[in-house]
Design a binder for this molecule. Structure first.
Ligand code: KIV
Length: 252
């Protein structure tokens, strides 16, 4: 039987203060969530990466709120102590605040304990309203896959001074809005480490080097479980930042 106490946002923030690395793994169904929970991970993320690794899409953009609700329901049944965070999918938090809060409410009713949103300064007012409604928010800056076509591909972020300054401004705006932690995806190692020092809330890196307060891995990357895409034109594995940054590993 799992004797661990349920992980809370207070515990996650304290881990940063105490220099204890924060482990985050994605899960999308009951068995993967059970494995992650029993392994003792701190946070299970029901990521919209399920679009890539479970549903076979090219990106996270086709993932719907109904998809996230369905997968959160299964994950929440398995998570005894891990803190469950669910992604708000593409375009569910850019309209009116009522629509956003309705999406948040539907996800939380399935057993999520927090939601994750992609974006910086421009979504800070929305983050503030969700936090004021009593729901913890995880931010996500750097490579934000829901804006893939605006960014122009899975590119490392923060290479220029201007980009690095903007990343820090975005992260500070999220911190100010009440986010309890922030994912840094595909940010240069130096900038991610600098942001981690500058922020009072934990940073969770993916493809962003070892200087973050925690790391998040996509379950299928961790297990090397993602198949090659079933397309004549491509021999690539399903793209996620972790498998992109792990290219140097043997067999990738
Ligand atoms: O959807 C997801 O799995 C994510 C992680 C890559 C951070 O957002």
């Amino acid at each position: 039987m799992d004797q661990r106490k349920p992980v809370t946002t207070a515990r996650i923030k304290k881990m940063k203060e105490d220099g204890i690395p924060i482990s985050v793994v994605t899960a999308y169904d009951y068995p993967s969530a059970r494995l992650a929970d029993e392994a003792g991970v701190d946070v299970i993320l029901v990521g919209d990466s399920l679009g890539n690794v479970v549903l076979g899409y090219e990106s996270t953009i086709p993932v719907t709120l109904e998809d996230m609700i369905y997968h959160t329901r299964a994950v929440a049944r398995a998570a005894n102590s891990a803190f469950v965070v669910t992604d708000l999918p593409f375009m569910t938090y850019h309209g009116g605040i009522d629509e956003t809060l309705n999406a948040v409410a539907r996800i939380m009713r399935e057993g999520a304990k927090a939601v994750k949103l992609e974006g910086g300064e421009e979504i800070a007012p929305t983050v503030e309203k969700i936090v004021k409604a009593g729901v913890p928010v995880m931010g996500h800056v750097g490579l934000t896959p829901q804006s893939l076509y605006q960014i122009g591909g899975y590119k490392v972020q923060g290479k220029s001074a201007a980009q690095a300054e903007k990343l820090l401004r975005d992260a500070k705006a999220l911190e100010q809005a009440g986010a309890f932690s922030i994912v840094l995806e595909l940010v240069t190692e130096e900038v991610a480490a600098y942001m981690t020092r500058e922020l009072s809330i934990p940073t969770i890196g993916i493809g962003s080097g070892a200087g973050c307060d925690g790391q998040v891995l996509v379950f299928h990357d961790l297990l090397q479980y993602a198949p090659r895409r079933n397309r004549k034109s491509s021999s690539k594995r399903t793209p996620t930042s972790a498998n992109k940054s792990a290219k140097a590993l043997p067999g990738m």
